[in-house]
Design a binder for this molecule. Structure first.
Ligand code: SF4
Length: 156
């Protein structure tokens, strides 16, 4: 829902630390994930993530979440799936050239990054191209493995 998506960007200043704290907290659960097997908890986590992030951010569940670095705006809402800034077609009023009913994702990302107050650790971070094979997987579990230096591989 666009209204909630815009609200989340407006509240990026406090939503981002909450989101990052949640990710850090999940690291503590690694021994449990390891015991159960990451593959076994993957489905449940992906579903929970889709529900929570889908509601708050219109997340498209790409599995490689950048929310903390894109002003709490999901770049996958860009019709061109651009992950490093806008195309050349942003309308004069800041709306998307493909979907005029929505504000360009990168306009909202810039607003969210400014609210967070740290451009260098947000919108200036270069994002890797999206790997479509990971769509629908849990970005949270991926973040846990990344923080612990565990191999990421493809799907968990
Ligand atoms: S205007 Fe913005 S949201 Fe629309 S396609 Fe271009 S970069 Fe993506």
């Amino acid at each position: 829902m666009k209204r909630v998506r815009y609200w989340s960007v407006k509240n990026a200043r406090w939503l981002r630390p909450v989101y990052q704290t949640l990710e850090s907290g999940l690291v503590l659960l690694h021994p449990i994930f390891k015991r159960l097997g990451y593959q076994r908890v993957e489905g449940g986590f992906a579903a929970l993530e889709k529900l929570v992030k889908g509601f708050l951010f219109d997340s498209q569940s790409c599995g490689q979440c950048t929310l903390g670095e894109t002003g709490m705006a999901c770049p996958m809402n860009c019709p061109k799936s651009l992950r490093n800034g806008p195309c050349g077609g942003v309308r004069g009023n800041g709306h998307c050239e493909v979907d005029p009913s929505m504000v360009c994702v990168w306009v909202t990302s810039w607003e969210g990054s400014k609210r967070i107050g740290d451009i260098e650790s947000t919108i200036q971070v270069i994002q890797a191209p999206v790997d479509v094979r990971l769509k629908g997987t849990s970005a949270w579990l991926r973040a846990v493995r990344k923080r612990l230096g565990l191999p990421l591989g493809g799907r968990l």
